[in-house]
Design a protein. Structure first.
Length: 140
């Protein structure tokens, strides 16, 4: 199946989606920061403190996830600005309109993404870990 070329109309529509996502993340990020403070006087016992720690950890993970996605949105908007949006960063081919509609921040065409996911699945058994850049041995 051949990828459909991205038209100016598609590009404008996807840019609008990305800008809305960007604004939403900025709004959510402010909310998450405001909720981070916990009054230690309100914590009655160890259970309350443990629950507060769990909630704080969840907020941090959500904030980190939002931060990473925000960066992807910003990078996609930058690629739009410099005219490389819709081009696979790995092979240089077209990402395809349908994929971009499903995931406006996509950086790889479907073939390259599938290859990357297969390679990533191989990393779990002591091979080079993608994010750490070093050998990881999970066996005791």
């Amino acid at each position: 199946m051949k990828n459909q070329s991205i038209t100016d109309s598609h590009l404008r529509s996807l840019e609008e989606i990305l800008r809305k996502q960007r604004a939403e993340i900025l709004t959510n990020g402010k909310t998450l920061r405001l909720d981070f403070n916990i009054d230690k006087n309100e914590l009655l016992d160890e259970v309350d403190m443990a629950i507060a720690d769990i909630e704080r950890g969840m907020k941090m993970r959500l904030g980190n996830r939002e931060s990473l996605y925000f960066r992807k949105v910003e990078e996609a908007l930058l690629r739009m600005k410099n005219g490389t949006y819709g081009q696979c960063l790995q092979c240089g081919g077209s990402i395809g309109v349908k994929r971009l509609e499903a995931r406006p921040t996509a950086e790889l065409c479907i073939d390259c993404k599938e290859s990357a996911e297969k390679a990533e699945a191989l990393n779990a058994e002591g091979r080079k870990h993608k994010s750490l850049g070093e050998l990881v041995n999970f066996k005791a």
